[in-house]
Write a protein that binds this ligand. Structure first.
Ligand code: GRF
Length: 184
């Protein structure tokens, strides 16, 4: 049984997709805690509803990074899953969990790193984009790629319509990767 800790800043739909896969018996493990830098993150609400420890940390506190590292360490997780976590992971954190921090990004990396990846894809005019699950290293969105899913850009796509179709693939891809990791 693998132990996962989830870090999330917002609506938590990827976390929810992973949770559903766990409930359906597809993952050999469980989520032991969800930690957020936003006290009102929907992800925390979902965690509470599922009887998973839901913890808020104030990123303005000045000790956030140390606090987070110690907290996550205290769970001794096999993997740390970033699911819409909108902060850069400090290098001490990366060093503490080498090849054990996973992220999902809404583009086919190495294209369109950083914020608003779907908007960047539309602005560039690519015909195919998608999502990537990757290990987290010290740079943003550069770690080793684990899996990708492609999504065709349609004529007339807006940031919203494209994001929605990518999100559907995210909800398929991330649980599949967690399932694979749980069997390692
Ligand atoms: C997703 O698009 C993910 O790829 C990106 O942030 C978004 C998080 O959405 N890293 P959610 O919180 O999982 O709904």
């Amino acid at each position: 049984m693998k132990k996962f800790v989830v870090l999330a800043s917002g609506r938590g739909s990827n976390f929810k997709a992973i949770l559903n896969e766990i409930k359906n018996g597809g993952i050999n493990g469980g989520i032991v805690a969800v930690i957020s830098d936003h006290f009102d993150a929907k992800a925390l609400e979902i965690a509470r509803g599922a009887d998973i420890e839901a913890i808020y940390g104030n990123p303005q506190s000045g000790e956030y990074n140390e606090w987070l590292l110690n907290l996550v360490r205290s769970y001794a997780p096999d993997y740390v899953l970033l699911a819409g976590y909108m902060r850069i992971v400090p290098k001490e954190f990366v060093a503490a969990f080498p090849q054990r921090i996973i992220n999902i990004h809404p583009s086919l990396l190495p294209s369109f790193k950083g914020l608003h990846a779907q908007r960047q894809a539309l602005a560039y005019g690519v015909k195919i984009t998608g999502c990537t699950v990757h290990y987290v290293d010290e740079e943003m969105d550069t770690g080793e790629i684990i899996a990708q899913a492609a999504v065709a850009v349609k004529d007339g796509d807006t940031e919203e319509t494209l994001s929605q179709r990518i999100l559907e693939q995210e909800h398929r891809l991330y649980p599949a990767v967690v399932r694979m990791l749980s069997e390692k």
